[in-house]
Design a binder for this molecule. Sequence first.
Ligand code: URA
Length: 450
Amino acid sequence: MIPQQVIAAKRDGGKLAPGEFALFLTGYLKGQVADEQMAAFLMAVQFNGLSARELDVLVKVMLHSGRVIEPGDDWPGPRVDKHSTGGVGDKVSLVVAPLAAEMGMVVPMMSGRGLGHTGGTLDKLESIPGFETRISLERFDRVLREVGCAMIGQTDEIAPLDRRLYALRDVTATVPSIPLITASIMSKKLAEGLDGLVLDVKVGRGAFMKDIDEARALARAMTRVGAARGMAVSAVLTAMDQPLGRAIGNALEVREAVACLEGGGPRRFRALCVELAAEMALAGGLASSLDEGRSRAEGALGGGGGMERFERLVAVQGGKLDPARSALGLPVAPLRKTVSADREGWVSRIDPLALGYGLIALGGGRKRQDDRVDPRVGFVMEVEVGTRVTPGDPIGVVHAGSVDGLATGVRALAEAVAIGNEENTAPLPGVLERIRSPGATTPGRGFPPA
Ligand code: URA
């Protein structure tokens, strides 16, 4: 296999022979294909896509690049996970993993770092002092049995090829590709030994899929891969036309997730957590209808059990959250500035893409693979689309680590928010559509008939 021949074939729109493609991929892990060659290949895929056969090879090689956990019967409940295709302010996993555990599911969650302009669950978790996301599979298993949920990243043991490709895609603008996202997500999830999977497919300007047709195509590609391997997969298409919740930035988002687990938090964010936990209950066979799932999720969220599980999860994975201290003991940015409305009207747009890139500019995301993320920085919005404002009303607060950062953040926030004259600017509804895997055959635990 000659790497540049494989790259040229994809660049020119050709089809790769399965054996040669597999050698190219495994060669990357062995150091026979360099980062720059893989980056060029990923860009060729970004433009020319992959055939169904090529996608199958990519999923298989990524899945088997590490260990694959077999679903077992010795768990106290169905093993169900939720994964998002990526959004701005998306801290749903921090709420939904302990919530689903509280509802009786076992949640072996493998997440990623920030990707492109979107934030990553691992970076959020690592803003908690001491929290370890790189733990052995044995320890992962122990945490799962003790708490009902565990949260890790791709490791050398599970999905190592995704870990390498993910980091490369983050900084080479090769994220928004349907086959690359499909293989990245499904290889990790198939390795987790799940009974059911819920995919939160984000749609809109702050998502990788900008419109509903692209999001449907991504959802169908992922549910097809799951169904082919007998996994019950449900894709929920949800709005990303404005940031999710008020906080954008790693430690800030952990605080908002905790507020939600404690019974508060922004209304739309909370509603989405309930909706996804309900879908997980359905996927795991713990509820026979979405309504039943919703009422179980609301009960678990209101009862405080989700928060108690989150605290246990943090403690057993080495983290220190201190509810008695201000900001829970999380790192806090030294500089803050409120940005105010300069005119009267209704908020007509909060551009999630501008805020996502604004967070990277503040140091809360990566420009290069080896960048360290500043967990303290970000934005806290005071308005949402449709809020009425008059001049001087606060629209958001920038949290920065330096004077230059503060100025950059203020510019990004001011540019992200538009104020118009129309009262009736309606945001997209939270949940747009659901697509469930056809013919999923997980015995006894798949979806009930429609
Ligand atoms: N989440 C992933 O794990 N991979 C992607 O490519 C996008 C979102």
